[in-house]
Design a binder for this molecule. Structure first.
Ligand code: IVH
Length: 684
């Protein structure tokens, strides 16, 4: 590969992996399958090894993804919480074992375990009492979810036996399939989007602010790692887990201590089939060097231990014929082809439909009518078609014609040059788009109004709701005249409208459904501008100064506010009492940085986003580029040379992470512990 092509591909991979990491860890809604994600990560690792000059200090290959979320106190981990090196190839497991045999003295063993597919947790017990529970966070700091952990039935609040006075233990929180199915059934009844898989459901549930709801979710925990810590003298990992069990902690009985690659392969083969009968999700096998002395000798890289490897199972595939293709219109007008399949069993559920993504993807797969296709479950709840089986194609089968007009309203479809999708441009007349907008507005993460698909459909069909403001016009007596509405349901609906008046401005902004303005971006914009007037008045440059806002988002916001229908809608909603400015309730944690415009650059002990959040929380303004208005540059390791040069030129002060933390009130400035990486012999 040529130099410039390698640089471009590295940049592209970094952007793709970061975006999916955020979706995976923060939104619990990844758009890539694990296999796609891991394959891209491995490609980036290879390119960075070949072209080290293009490797970023904060490349996704160097850091674990971050699950940090607003609403929780963040605390430093005593020992960094790392990830695992993973592979889909048995020959790489063989290489791991061969290197271990070469590097280590005789007498070592392996501990083989299941790789649990949930969300990581770190528990601290002091004097036998559960003292603290943290999520993995960005590996250095985690969200404090102690109260939620106390509501997971098999996490003991008090230990028994001969436990150490103060120790940490780590593991995974899982949602068993039975609890997952029940939760999704409930959500669908309530018109809420179902979770894509038990892993997303587990991490979403662990981050709920309502503790009693956490208790209802049926989560379980399994523990698999006691970090080597002073005062705990175990000979082996297996012995440490047995001790943990004797103190009353939940550990897995499926682990096996083995002595050869042959036995490792037997374990893998056994669980490749048997895992389908487990009551919870697993996505592979973890092989750990068992002896603590050998683990210590091997140490860690910045991201993973060198004494362990995860062998991951590829997603299951099924082969089935396409019966027909529907073209669905989303709230933005985008048309998505969806295949109706002959129902087929896949990873414990029956699959009847699968997305074909867009016209290009249909062409790339070379889909013909009636084709037999391979389906796989990716990150999304809708399975994906990954390939066609050409040997089963019917003679004379033709390629399906992508519709030229909207299947819902008949308007000719359009496709912009840089768009992958065809769009129905009839945004104010196309029923699917209008209903989609209403559902987005009422959604749980937006205004949380009790109106699911059926209600929206009914109100739309009766001509009672065309825009969100129409919902607030519906009176109790009017609702009671409608089919199926009783006093109780009408009152609950009205109460949810009433409650939505307290929804903070950032969520209102998200609810408006401006294209590309997701929850996080809406929050950034709301904090940055403070009110809808300021957002509406902002020019392109001002919008681009908001972290996360690029040209596409800025243009979409400008276009949205330029549409008079939207200004009228905002005025109607305002008359109903919705919040269009940041209110008291969202006041900053302190005003230590009020009036300061700060540019962040380089690598910090926490993620850069966490630093930016800290700035917003303390009243500061984030900016992407150094100018005369910049109060100071907050510089971590390896800050951008161009930014440093600009600071010098303009006389803008440069602050280190430490100096910056000193500006914040004491409790906010709890400095993260230094990383504890040891860079000794390597197995990878
Ligand atoms: S050991 C220092 N053991 O998989 C390494 N992790 O993809 C500690 N996981 O971050 C991790 N099952 O959340 C370990 N038996 C197991 C595991 C396991 C699942 C998770 C863990 C880790 C992730 C890496």
């Amino acid at each position: 590969m040529e130099r410039s092509a390698a640089k471009a591909r590295i940049e592209e991979l970094v952007a793709l992996l970061r975006e999916n990491s955020r979706r995976y860890y923060v939104e619990n809604a990844p758009t890539m399958s694990d296999y796609e994600f891991d394959t891209l990560m491995h490609e980036l690792e290879r390119l960075e090894a070949e072209w080290p000059e293009f490797k970023l200090a904060d490349s996704p290959t160097q850091r674990v993804g971050s699950d940090l979320q607003k609403g929780f106190v963040q605390r430093p981990h005593r020992y960094p919480m790392l990830s695992l090196a993973n592979t889909y190839s048995i020959s790489e497991v063989e290489e791991f074992a061969a290197r271990a045999e070469k590097t280590l003295e005789a007498g070592f063993s392996y501990c083989c375990e299941l790789k649990f597919d949930g969300t990581a947790i770190c528990l601290t017990y002091r004097d036998g009492k559960l003292y603290r529970a943290l999520t993995r966070g960005d590996g250095v700091k985690g969200d404090d979810i102690t109260e939620n952990a106390k509501r997971i039935s098999n996490i003991p609040h008090t230990l028994k036996g001969d436990f150490p006075a103060d120790f940490e233990i780590r593991g995974e929180v899982l949602m068993p399939y039975s609890a997952f199915d029940a939760l999704n059934a409930e959500r669908e009844d309530a018109g809420e989007p179902p979770f894509a898989n038990p892993r997303n459901a587990a991490s979403g549930s662990l981050k709920l602010l309502d503790r009693e709801e956490v208790a209802r979710r049926g989560l379980i925990c399994t523990l698999y790692h006691i970090p080597a810590q002073s005062g705990l003298e175990f000979q082996s990992h297996d012995e440490a887990l047995s001790a943990a069990e004797s103190w009353g902690l939940p550990v897995s009985h499926e682990r096996r201590v083995v002595h050869s690659i042959g036995e490792i392969k037997e374990y893998i083969d056994h669980w490749d089939t048997q895992r389908k009968f487990l009551p919870f999700a697993t996505d592979g096998i973890v092989i750990k060097i068992n002896e603590m002395s050998f683990q210590r000798a091997l140490g860690f890289t910045a991201k993973v231990p060198r004494w362990a490897v995860a062998y991951k199972f590829k997603a299951e595939q099924a082969l089935t014929p396409i019966l027909s293709i529907d073209y669905q219109v989303g709230r933005t007008g985008a048309v998505t082809p969806v295949a109706n399949l002959q129902p087929v069993q896949l990873s414990g559920t029956v699959v009847k439909r699968a997305t074909l993504v867009n016209a290009d993807q249909m062409a790339a797969l070379d889909i013909h009518e009636g084709d037999w296709v391979y389906v796989e479950k990716g990150g999304e709840i809708i399975p994906k078609i990954t390939a066609v089986e050409p040997s089963k194609r019917r003679p004379g089968a033709v390629r399906p014609a992508f519709p030229a007009v909207c299947p819902d309203c008949g308007t000719p479809l359009v496709r912009e040059e840089d768009e992958a999708k065809w769009f129905c441009p009839n945004s104010d007349g196309c029923p699917m788009q209008i209903k989609g907008e209403l559902l987005h507005f009422t959604g749980r993460k937006a205004m949380n109004i009790l109106a699911g698909e059926a209600t929206v459909e009914q109100l739309y069909n009766l001509g009672l709701a065309r825009t969100p403001a129409d919902l607030y016009d519906l009176s109790l007596s009017q609702l009671l005249t409608l089919d199926g509405w009783k006093e109780k349901s009408a009152r609950r609906f009205r109460a949810s409208l009433e409650a939505s008046l307290d929804v903070p401005f950032d969520r209102v902004l998200f609810a408006l459904g401006i294209r590309f303005v997701g929850e996080t971006t809406a929050r950034e914009i709301a904090v940055h501008f403070g009110s809808i007037e300021a957002v509406a008045a902002a020019g392109r440059e001002e919008l681009l100064a908001v972290p996360d806002v690029g040209e596409v988002i800025a243009d979409s916001i400008l276009a949205w506010f330029a549409d008079q229908r939207h200004t009228i809608e905002i005025e109607r909603l305002r008359a109903h009492g919705l919040r269009f400015a940041m209110g008291e309730a969202q006041a900053a944690a302190s005003d230590a940085l009020a009036g300061k415009t700060i540019v962040v650059s380089g690598v910090f002990s926490v993620s850069r986003d966490a630093m930016k959040d800290l700035i917003s929380k303390h009243g500061g303004k984030n900016s992407g580029s150094v100018s005369g208005k910049t109060s100071f540059l907050l510089a971590g390791e390896n800050p951008g040379p161009e930014k440093l040069r600009k600071c010098e030129e303009l006389g803008v002060p440069i602050l280190s992470e430490e100096a910056f933390m000193a500006l914040l009130p004491e409790d906010a400035a709890e400095a993260p512990e230094p990383r504890l990486f040891d860079d000794e012999p390597t197995l990878f």
